[in-house]
Write a new protein. Sequence first.
Length: 402
Amino acid sequence: MPTTLSKLSSLIGDSPTLKINAAARALKAAGEPVVHLGGGEPTYPAPQSAVDAIIQKAQSRKIKYSPSSGTPAMKQAVIAYTEKYYGRRFEPANVLISAGAKQALFNFLLAAVTEGDEVIFAAPYWVSYPEMIKIAGGTPVCVRPTEGLQVKAQQILDAVTPKTKAILLNSPCNPSGQIYSEEFIKTIVEFAEKNDIFLVMDDIYHQLVFDGNKTPNPCQYAKEGNNMVIINGVSKLYGLTGLRIGWAVAKRNDLIAAMGRMQAQSTSCNSDLSEVAACAALMGDQSCIADLCRVLQDNRNTLLEEVEKIPHVKVQKPQGTFYCFVDFSYYNASSAELAQYLLEKALVAVVPGIAFGADGYLRISFCADKASIVEGVRRIRWALDKTAPRELKIGDKIITRD
């Protein structure tokens, strides 16, 4: 009999964002002048405190296994961060340090979800939510907005069934950049707590907000908060995607302990070097976050100015993150086909909206440098405008539209 793969492996798809990244890197390696507007990491340099900590740790020549659930210093840094931004004081037993916020969320799903349990989330959503829920044996329940890019709180409540184990919220949202209102968060927090449903706050972008906006603090609406899990990390706020350090904070010690067992039996522990650097970033000069927000807000404004020059597209101004979710359905209702066309013909990498549960849209990142943003949208505009010249010069290269 031929050796077969698992049933699960056939149910789980590739990560569209990682696929786009790989395609863009391959074209660049081949010498093609690709503009990558599909990325999910700031080009902002790492905080000096993190760099200094890595060098000092490396020079000690003591790079060993770390405690499975995180070093004491890293846990204390997360406890201080959580108290500062959420107004709640936790103990080390309430904190799990993981290899990125993604693993922290994965650990929760593995620890909390039983086969057949439902996990509710809103569209547009981060590409990995449905797949991660399925891997854990759960049933993804996607709630779609009736208009615009945000669902209403009542839609979430209406999706709840006796099988609902958790509600998963991401604010500001990847890919839309929209922030849930205070009233929305209050409604969901109070409902989930009253009905003993886990509420998972994916807060990885919670400080990356613009125009004086603030992300509502869910803890201020919770009485006890026994059902709440807060997920965060250093990747987005500090531009430290390569460290792969995130965390989960929850009042229930038994939940954190169960999540820790999942982690211990999979990745064992986190990188010693990475935890030292992440701790230094959290405890160091925080002005880098405000600086990053200023750069990103400026980039967002530039992107909006350029995108609005493209006829027939619809765009809702992002309030945070570093993504803009643009409706290109006038040109092609299939976002996968359109993204592939733009990569092949205009050498611009963007992520198709179908990956986020919203076909016809493209996610365009504005964490690249401003020149790349302007050039990338210029090429997109050329590729879609049938009245434009058939040829476009990019440096020494001439590209031709069909």
